[in-house]
Design a protein around this ligand. Structure first.
Ligand code: GLC
Length: 378
């Protein structure tokens, strides 16, 4: 290639640049072009090898993965409880097989790493725990699933009260420890196939404001990239991964990213009777009126518009209705959300497998047919 020809600016080139760029987002025909307004020296501005224009969006591989993910299910209340089994479920091989047989093709695996790593540098993850999670990840991958492995319920990071059995660490090292834990996960699982995705953090909120989260996500991603050059990393917005908070999310300059949102609207319906919600939502709320259906459609399409504009796929990583709602309404709601996501070409994962939102009854060892059919059927 002619050395004087303008060439695409590679990420590595950009990272090593000695001058700073401010980023401006321009929306043009559904494509986002990021124009660098660079305040460096004149020679850098005119440098023909590194023109100050970058187009950023997900690599085609990320889109291929998002299309291949298929119906997804959260293996919730297993590894994100203070210890596996404390919230009633463990990740049994028969659940993996059952989920596959039912037609799910992605498993999101929420994990409370913060409870299983040392409080002092280098924040070593407990070997038995790391091996246990790795075993389940490998079983899922061997079965054929895409796996979204995340960091879930880091209570102290969000400034929430700790659960019984949790320990706090020195505030000064909280974020460094977060990055250190991800660095270890990255090195440990770096050799796994592209079907393994890393999701940096579930529902940042409270003390983890958008600006803090944007910075922490960027720093963490850089560490993860040392061992996982092209693995898809999933980053959702602050405010509990609310689709309407996507505008506050700064995606790091990286082509192997996906975003994610959680959608529990209409909340008065999905969380009625849920013991962990304050104030408690009264029971007896049905779904879905035309107005409720609009709320669902609009929320999901808001995420789609962001996805189209920014050029990154968005995973609908959680949606579902708690078991205190009537089953007919839950089935209607579940089908409606799933159809809206399909219409928006968004991969999705239902919350969750076998607990209080569950599609599976772990006592009878059977799927709840209507609910499962609302996800997998017509
Ligand atoms: C979030 C929480 C999870 C909860 C779910 C439904 O994912 O992390 O614990 O069960 O939302 O409220």
């Amino acid at each position: 290639m002619n050395a004087t020809m303008p060439q695409p600016l590679k990420l590595s080139t950009f990272a090593s640049h000695r001058w700073q760029c401010r980023w401006r987002t321009g929306l043009a025909a559904g494509l986002v072009t990021l124009l660098a307004a660079c305040g460096g020296s004149e020679d850098a501005k005119n440098d023909p090898v590194n023109p100050p224009v970058v187009v950023t969006h997900a690599d085609a591989k990320v889109w291929d993965i998002s299309r291949a993910m298929g119906p997804g299910i959260n293996f919730g209340n297993m590894f994100e409880s203070p210890s596996e089994g404390e919230w009633g479920l463990t990740a049994k091989p028969e659940y993996i097989q059952a989920a596959w047989n039912a037609g799910f093709r992605t498993v999101r695996l929420p994990v409370r790493w913060s409870n299983h790593a040392a409080s002092q540098f280098p924040y070593t993850i407990d070997a038995a725990f790391l091996n246990r999670v790795t075993t389940v990840v490998d079983q899922l991958l061997a079965r054929g699933f895409h796996v979204v492995l995340n960091m879930h319920h880091h209570r102290q990071l969000d400034g929430d009260a700790l659960d019984a059995g949790e320990f706090a660490v020195d505030e000064a090292i909280l974020e460094e420890r977060f990055v250190g834990i991800w660095s270890q996960i990255g090195h440990h699982l770096g050799s796994r196939s592209d079907k393994l995705l890393f999701e940096l953090y579930n529902e940042p909120h409270g003390r983890m404001t958008a600006s803090k989260w944007n910075t922490l996500a960027d720093t963490t991603l850089k560490q993860v990239r040392i061992s996982n050059k092209e693995r898809v990393v999933v980053i959702g917005p602050a405010s509990y991964n609310d689709p309407y908070a996507l505008g506050t999310l700064t995606m790091p300059l990286d082509a192997y990213l996906m975003s994610t949102v959680h959608f529990y609207q209409p909340f008065a319906f999905t969380h009625q009777g849920a013991t962990w919600v304050t104030p408690p939502q009264p029971t007896g709320v049905a779904c879905c009126s035309a107005e409720q259906a609009n709320v669902i459609f609009n929320g999901i399409h808001h995420a789609k518009y962001w996805s189209d504009a920014m050029g990154y796929p968005v995973l609908l990583g959680e949606f579902g209705a708690y078991s205190a709602a009537d089953m007919t309404s839950r089935v209607t709601y579940t089908r409606l959300v799933r159809q809206s996501a399909a219409q928006a070409n968004m991969p999705w994962a239902y919350w969750e497998f076998g607990s209080s939102f569950g599609v599976y009854d772990p006592v009878a060892n059977t799927f709840r047919a209507e609910l499962t059919n609302a996800l997998i059927g017509n």
